[in-house]
Design a binder for this molecule. Structure first.
Ligand code: WT7
Length: 658
């Protein structure tokens, strides 16, 4: 929900004044699907003038078992797309490519962190997906039952997701870096009956103990009946007979024939949890037809996909990027996708560049936080490898700073590859604002223009459009096929969170400005959501993790600028009496948060303080803490502060430690 003062005090100010413009290279534009800005504009105008006709035309690119009766039912803020239509996402991603020569095309090229390699052709994927769909049926999974997936980045994650889609069981993928507590919270919220996991996965040469976490979560989840375990690392694991089953044992006796179930267009495809500004993580619900259409179409447009591309999206399937751009989008397009299990700096900092050289990757889609780490590690690593197969680069997750953009362009792209800076969210399901590489001139730091069918606006908190180059709240003014349908089990929260701030519009939670050429510049979150290394974390969630520790009385968490991660996590903590600040306690609290949420939420710094700066009505003034964390003077209004002395104390370093 929109706070009173989006940037903590004044209006949202834009700090970027970038003037470098990179038109699409002529030879790229020549062969591109959309070749000019005029062509893009014509498509965008057509979509704006007659959205239903436009989306109906596009939807013909999917295979439907039955055509829809109505393109859109819109009872704000609840949308239904392609009503009456029947299709299956798994069928569209797999079966339809097996009807012709593409059956022998590589669907997934997998490389494990230890160096093991596997290639699954489309017909291999069809066999594996069908078998695992039969395994799920054998465990009693029925259409509509939720299945939780907690797996490393191995083909079985994609196989399991598509197997769920095949039988109409919505999946919820939980990132392997989340803790047992976080996993159990998600399983309980969506009442999953089956959990699919692995003994472990490989990360920086070590085993990530997924089964240990799965056991911890299962103990807290009464709805969970079965745990399927894929053997990846081969180390010893605890076993609960009756509940636990080895993937390979269940699969040994099932048929490889499992026809894809015709499902309503609005049948739930998946639930993906993401952090909001308040409360526990929200289960973002996506349904079949609209989601698949936009994931597929945007993959084609934004990545200008060609039949012989080797496409690599480095995101984990635990995040929405891995859902839309490693699984559903590229597979619906029949693309060849690279999938890598481990860390970018294992065994050394050149791993990504070696993968690109080895597989002749032509399209690379990664995140600014990774690019900044590569910059820090140095260009000697990419320079060791032949990156000449690359023709297009993508960025997602947070605003990309112009320095990182230029480095990506020059060092990785050799100055010849367009960069698509793609803005979207878990909730939007698919890319919303992005250059089209053959059509749109790119500018370092700008996501440029909305895709056809997407009508954004930038408004004040009263919903009044702002002027050119003025900052405001980014909203989407019309429903779109891949929009979230609701927050799972909580329609009221869905309404309040997304549709109440600017009535009639979808509120993104981001600030933005639009320049005189119509380019959008995303300015970052305007709510209490942090973006740490491209991952969304709620300050409230980290605060409640902190106060769940016996020593902590009160906590306030803010973001702090971080060279690599974009934002780091800075915590201000007051202690219960009988507890004194110490380095030992600081480490204990950091570990406690990592245990409650996951290592990605481990605080970067913890400041002990005797009190927190609050308004007279008791609200913590986070913007003042943000300034303290960043080490800058507070310029905004401090007149509502209850006790001005608190701020001076914090600036001197808070409480003395033992
Ligand atoms: C938030 C959504 C969408 C997949 C990854 C993150 C930020 C995302 C960009 C970009 C500026 C971006 C926004 C957004 N964000 N992409 N290209 N430029 N900001 O998905 O976890 O749902 O986070 O990430 O703040 O609201 P998510």
């Amino acid at each position: 929900m929109a706070p009173e003062n989006p940037s903590g005090g004044g209006s949202i100010k834009s700090v970027l004044h970038e003037t470098r413009v990179f038109p699409p290279p002529a030879d790229f534009a020549k062969d591109a699907g959309i070749k000019s800005l005029d062509e893009y504009q014509a498509l965008w105008d057509r979509a704006k003038d007659d959205p239903e006709a436009f989306w109906a035309e596009q939807a013909a690119s999917l295979d439907w078992f039955q055509t829809w009766d109505r393109v859109l039912d819109w009872n704000p803020p609840f949308a239904q797309w392609f009503v009456g239509g029947k299709l299956n996402a798994s069928y569209n991603c797999v079966d339809r490519h097996c009807k012709g020569p593409d059956r022998n095309k590589a669907a997934l090229i997998f490389e494990g962190e230890p160096g093991d390699r596997r290639v699954l052709r489309y017909q291999d994927l069809l066999r594996e997906v069908s078998k695992f769909a039969n395994v799920l049926k054998g465990l009693g999974v029925k259409k509509g039952d939720v299945v939780a997936l907690y797996l490393p980045m191995i083909p079985e994650l994609v196989i399991a997701a598509l197997a769920c889609a095949r039988i109409g069981a919505p999946h919820t993928v939980v990132f392997g870096g989340f803790s047992a507590e976080a996993l159990s919270g998600r399983i309980q919220d969506c009442k999953a009956k089956v959990l699919v996991t692995a003994d472990g996965g490989w990360r920086r040469g070590k085993v990530v103990p997924l089964k240990v976490n799965a056991d911890g979560a299962a103990a807290l989840c009464p709805t969970l009946k079965s745990v399927v375990v894929y053997k990846r690392t081969g180390h010893d694991v605890d076993w609960t007979p009756g509940r636990d089953h080895w993937w390979h044992e269940l699969e040994a006796n099932v048929s490889a024939d499992c026809p894809a179930e015709p499902l309503d267009s609005e049948h739930p495809l998946f639930i993906l949890y993401t952090s909001g500004s308040t409360g526990k993580p929200k289960g973002i619900l996506h349904t079949t037809g609209g989601y698949l259409l936009q994931a597929s179409l945007s993959t084609k447009w934004v990545f200008d996909l060609k039949p012989d591309d080797t496409y690599w999206c480095t995101a984990d399937v635990g995040w929405v990027t891995g859902h839309s751009y490693l699984t559903y989008g590229p597979l619906a397009q029949g693309a060849t996708c690279v999938m890598y299990e481990g860390a970018p700096n294992w065994p050394d900092e050149a791993r990504f560049w070696k993968i690109i050289e080895d597989y002749r990757v032509s399209i690379l889609y990664t995140a600014p936080t990774a690019i900044r780490a590569f910059m820090k590690w140095g260009e000697q690593h990419p320079k060791k490898h032949d990156l000449s197969s690359l023709r297009l680069l993508g960025s997602v997750g947070e605003p990309i700073n112009p320095e990182a953009w230029m480095w990506y362009h020059e060092v990785i792209g050799g100055g010849r590859c367009p960069i698509v800076d793609t803005w979207w969210q878990t909730e939007t399901g698919a890319i919303m604002i992005s250059p089209l590489p053959g059509a749109t001139p790119t500018i370092p730091g700008s996501a440029t223009r909305p895709l056809p069918g997407i009508i954004p606006a930038i408004v004040t908190k009263d919903g009044v459009p702002v002027g050119e180059n003025e900052g405001g709240f980014l909203v989407i003014t019309r429903p779109w096929p891949s929009m979230l349908r609701t927050i799972f089990g909580d329609d009221e929260r869905y309404k309040a969170q997304y549709w109440s701030d600017v009535p009639g519009n979808y509120f993104t939670g981001d600030g933005a400005r639009r320049d005189e050429h119509g380019n959008y510049w995303i300015l970052g979150r305007v709510d209490d959501v942090l973006n740490v290394a491209g991952h969304r974390l709620s300050t409230m969630e980290i605060e409640s993790a902190l106060v769940s520790h016996a020593a902590v009385a009160e906590a306030a968490v803010v973001g702090k600028p971080d060279e690599i991660k974009g934002q780091g996590i800075s915590c201000f903590v007051t202690l219960e009496s009988h507890h004194a600040p110490s380095e030992k306690l600081r480490q204990e609290l950091r570990a406690h948060v990592a245990k409650e949420i996951g290592a990605l939420a481990r605080p970067d710094e913890i400041h002990f303080t005797e009190s927190l700066p609050k308004t007279r009505s008791g609200k913590i003034m986070r913007r003042l803490l943000r300034d303290v964390a960043a080490g800058v003077e507070s310029t905004g209004d401090t007149s509502t502060l209850e006790d001005v002395g608190v701020l001076a104390l914090l600036r001197r370093g808070g409480q003395q430690e033992e």
